[in-house]
Ligand binder design. Structure first.
Ligand SMILES: *[C@@H]1O[C@H](CO)[C@@H](O)[C@H](O)[C@H]1NC(C)=O
Length: 336
């Protein structure tokens, strides 16, 4: 039974929550990737491919695409602030320390300094409500050329984050991906700059992209957790869609920082389908996680699940990432 749940879970996560730029993975890949859950470092061929990482201080620009709830925006901003500010251990910035272990060929580490440097409100849905992956680049182009209040076009240390509201459909969203990252092309945006997209899944597919705050309807009951009770968690910031988005956002930020141009850190031979540092730890949030188990995380007195602290007393649940020194998935809430 254990095994079956494990396989089901790996299948489900790989199909629906995989967030690299790649599309859905082949069956072969699914089961190769499945082995990673056992945490055996021998099976993980994470390699450095000589390209840059985001080593300098990052200026992060958010493009809010569509109509956004102010509380949801505040939660997301506070998560971003929490990356660079210290909060009580285990904190979001402690979680980011694992990402900082990645270096480029000059010996520079991924930065610990991510500053929210601008926001743009595309509340008129400038490119409609059905977006292709490529449309993200046109959305960035519109934001950096808008009149007035354009976002700066910053090719030196800019990172653009396109966040789409719940009424926007995105190619592969809710089917193959919950978010992705890539880089812009000069022919569309004028420069090459890294970006990430994450969609609000609360209305379209919480069971797929807001795990473990929701489960797919067809899956029946969620498996039991290692802490007793079941694995459905209450969202620490009160909304499964936005709390689920935080973990996807964390995943994408970790990957875009360690592999911004898809030529730095990834496993596998195929750069069109790279397995990156967060892909290796999908579904793992605490010690003992993987194979359908979230792992050991905290629950506050309301029953909300979280594993890291943030600014303003906030709490978040973020998935772990691959630690290249320990050669296993790791987060600051680890108990071993
Ligand atoms: C930079 O990365 C190296 C190699 O992983 C690590 O030993 C070092 O502690 C890192 N520095 C910081 C500031 O994280």
């Amino acid at each position: 039974m254990h095994k079956k749940l494990w396989q089901w879970h790996v299948l489900f996560l790989s199909l629906f929550c995989s967030s690299s730029l790649a599309s859905s993975r082949s069956q072969d890949n699914l089961f190769n990737q499945a082995k990673n859950y056992e945490g055996s470092s021998d099976l993980v061929d994470l390699q450095y491919h000589m390209g840059p990482v985001l080593a300098g201080p990052v200026n992060l620009y958010i493009i809010w695409y569509g109509r956004w709830n102010r509380n949801h925006q505040a939660t997301i901003r506070d998560f971003i602030y929490s990356l660079s500010y210290s909060s009580p251990y285990p904190s979001v910035s402690d979680w980011w320390r694992t990402v900082r272990l990645y270096t480029d060929q000059t010996g520079s580490n991924v930065t610990g300094n991510i500053v929210l440097s601008g926001e743009f409100y595309d509340y008129r849905y400038s490119h409609g409500r059905y977006l292709s992956r490529l449309a993200m680049q046109s959305i960035i182009k519109s934001a950096v050329t808008a009149h007035p209040r354009a976002l700066p076009l910053n090719p030196h240390n800019g990172l653009y984050l396109v966040l789409t509201s719940g009424d926007v459909q995105v190619q592969d969203f809710c089917r193959a991906v919950c978010g992705f990252h890539y880089f812009t092309f000069p022919t569309i945006v004028g420069v090459t700059v890294p970006y990430a997209w994450v969609g609000y899944s609360g209305t379209q597919c919480p069971g797929m992209c807001a795990y473990p705050f929701a489960w797919p309807k067809y899956s029946g009951k969620p498996p039991p957790s290692t802490n007793g009770g079941n694995n459905i968690m209450r969202a620490p910031n009160g909304d499964p869609g936005v709390d689920g988005m935080i973990s996807v956002l964390a995943h994408e930020l970790a990957e875009v920082s360690s592999n911004p141009f898809i030529n730095a850190w990834y496993a596998g031979d195929d750069p069109t389908s790279p397995t990156e540092i967060a892909d290796l730890c999908l579904g793992v949030y605490g010690t003992g996680g993987g194979g359908g188990f979230v792992g050991k995380v905290n629950k506050d007195s309301w029953g909300d699940g979280y594993n890291v602290n943030g600014v303003k007393g906030r709490r978040f649940l973020v998935q772990w990432v691959w630690n290249p020194v320990k050669r296993r998935c790791f987060g600051p809430n680890a108990i071993d």
